[in-house]
Design a protein around this ligand. Structure first.
Ligand code: 0O2
Length: 230
């Protein structure tokens, strides 16, 4: 979340197409205009994190256990935002970020059990200041590589000195097993340029690991249900 880090533009095909100097100037102009927006996204992350912490606290009071294992948040860096706008051929403006990019602010909620994911998602979406923009259920419909998580894009109000602003936040809910798989898969190959041969060799094994993690989740859920109903 450090916006004061020195600027370093990586060379990419788009940059060379535009010419590096032009690209650098365009990025610097954009970067200079993002301070206020980034602060608003940080506020939105705080709002969403607090909502989940409140839900966790209230649930633990009644059920004597915490549905949330941990919460992680991240704010996309201006350089990544700029690159995504360029890649999608969208206008390089603050308005364009707000209207077109829904994953600038991200909150990841890691849960103990699969049922907790849906319970927490329902509780969040029932709140009258939250608007659901998009829901992708990669648990019911895992991605081809085996990736599982529940993704929600929500809009949450933040209250500034003299105004109320609606901000979009990407919420990812997953179990500890899904998190384990996603982290390792990300480290191993996600977004990396690998040879087709290595991709073929590893993707089947990663799919198998994803299947095993899904079996683990459903077994743990069954055990919990059995203990609770005993
Ligand atoms: P980071 O660094 O985690 O932020 P778009 O919104 O167009 O970029 P899309 O396909 O609509 O993309 O988004 P989707 O499918 O909702 O997934 C976005 C995020 O989910 C990714 O963010 C990852 O965090 C996570 N994700 C999706 N697919 C995979 C996957 O196959 N493996 C892993 N490990 N994570 C995945 P970013 O911005 O790509 O990365």
């Amino acid at each position: 979340m450090d916006n004061s880090a020195p600027l370093k533009i990586q060379r990419d095909p788009l940059a060379s197409l535009m010419g590096d100097a032009a690209s650098m100037q365009s990025f610097q102009e954009f970067y200079a205009s993002t301070n206020d927006l980034m602060s608003c996204y940080r506020c939105a992350i705080m709002e969403i994190e607090t909502k989940f912490r409140v839900l966790d606290e209230r649930f633990s009071l009644v059920h004597d256990r915490n549905p949330i294992d941990n919460i992680q948040s991240r704010l996309k860096k201006p350089q990544s935002i700029y690159e995504k706008l360029m890649r999608k051929q969208l206008p390089i403006t603050i308005k364009s970020v707000e209207n077109n990019l829904f994953d600038v602010a991200g909150v990841r909620v890691v849960c103990s059990f699969v049922d907790d994911i849906y319970m927490l998602a329902d509780c969040l979406l029932q709140q009258d200041d939250i608007t659901l923009i998009k829901r992708k259920d990669y648990i019911q419909n895992p991605k081809e590589n085996g990736y599982r998580s529940l993704h929600l894009i929500v809009e949450v109000p933040i209250f500034l000195q003299n105004e109320k602003k609606l901000m979009k936040v990407e919420v990812q809910l997953r179990t500890i097993a899904m998190e384990f798989w996603a982290n390792l898969e990300h480290q191993l190959r996600y977004k990396k340029e690998l040879s087709p041969q290595i991709i073929a060799q590893t993707s089947e094994r990663l799919q198998e690991c994803a299947r095993l993690s899904s079996v683990l989740d459903s077994q743990m859920q069954d055990i919990k249900d059995m203990i609770e109903n005993a």
